[in-house]
Design a protein around this ligand. Structure first.
Ligand code: IPD
Length: 274
């Protein structure tokens, strides 16, 4: 598997960089924006074009593999994770940031085999930061090994949170209440980068200690999941069990203890599964 996974990673890096060129080229210009599930759930021509670019490249290299992509799913293609090797792709994670030329955007490409994420690439083309991981082979940023903080104490941590794109009043209330509960545990601060993949990579590199979100999708977390676990961190379901990639929520943390401390102070929100 080792050589095969290397080959998969090389292909994903090659196409993430090409996708990154496309994102950089339009980053400062005015974008044509359309709404998806809510007024805050956006898509641009770049998201669609970049997803096509990534999928056609990987499909030509690995014709037997399956694909799940954010924009393909939005266009009505059924999103199904099987045991087959499946590329899980977010062409522009942080679309709202992209629309506003706010520099935290990323191409996120994960590969799941037997429903386990085994290869991950998260590339921020604006800051030129490339996070990569292969199962059992460590996590890297621009080729240098990274590791998470190992922080266990919630009162010593920097927490990453997101509001997400739902504007359903009950969701907003619970999310704000959860942020308040986390603050009341004495955390040093809360931050929102506006990209789930980059939030997870911050935890992986030790720049933040824990990240929680309800309402995200499998393409926001597949690549980040393996990058963080290879950096020594953990991903769990916010209710405390193992991560379920299709369940629309996660806690990504620098230690199991911290993940469970955050889990204990949350009110959970059930979203329709991917
Ligand atoms: C979104 C971002 C954002 C998170 C949302 C995601 P997108 O992904 O990751 O940080 O809060 O829940 O949907 O739509 O920009 O790919």
């Amino acid at each position: 598997d080792k050589e095969l996974y290397q080959e998969y990673l090389c292909a994903a890096v090659e196409i993430a960089k090409k996708a990154g060129e496309e994102i950089r080229a339009t980053f400062q210009s005015k974008k044509t924006v359309e709404m998806k599930s809510s007024p805050a759930d956006l898509v641009t021509e770049t998201d669609q074009k970049v997803e096509q670019l990534i999928i056609s490249f990987l499909r030509s290299k690995f014709p037997d593999h399956c694909f799940i992509g954010e924009e393909t799913t939005a266009a009505g293609v059924h999103c199904e994770l099987t045991d087959n090797p499946t590329w899980i792709i977010d062409p522009v994670d942080g679309t709202t940031n992209f629309v506003h030329s706010f520099q935290f955007v990323a191409v996120s490409i994960g590969l799941s085999v037997s429903k386990e994420n085994v290869v991950g690439v998260v590339y921020n083309p604006i800051l030129d930061e490339l996070f990569t991981a292969i199962k059992g082979q460590g996590a890297y940023c621009n080729g240098k090994p990274i590791s998470c903080s190992k922080q266990q104490d919630i009162s010593q941590c920097l927490a990453l949170v997101e509001i997400g794109s739902s504007r359903v009043s009950a969701h907003l209330q619970t999310k704000l209440q959860n942020i308040s509960s986390i603050l009341q545990q004495g955390v040093h601060g809360v931050r929102s980068l506006g990209s789930a993949a980059l939030n997870i990579c911050q935890v992986a590199r030790g720049g933040g200690d824990v990240y929680v979100e309800h309402g995200i999708h499998c393409w926001d977390m597949a690549a980040g999941d393996i990058i963080l676990r290879e950096a020594g961190g953990v991903t769990i379901d916010p209710k405390g069990g193992p991560l379920d990639l299709m369940s629309r929520c996660l806690i990504a943390a620098s230690s199991p203890q911290l993940a469970l401390s955050v889990s204990a102070c949350l009110t959970h929100i059930d979203y329709q599964r991917d």
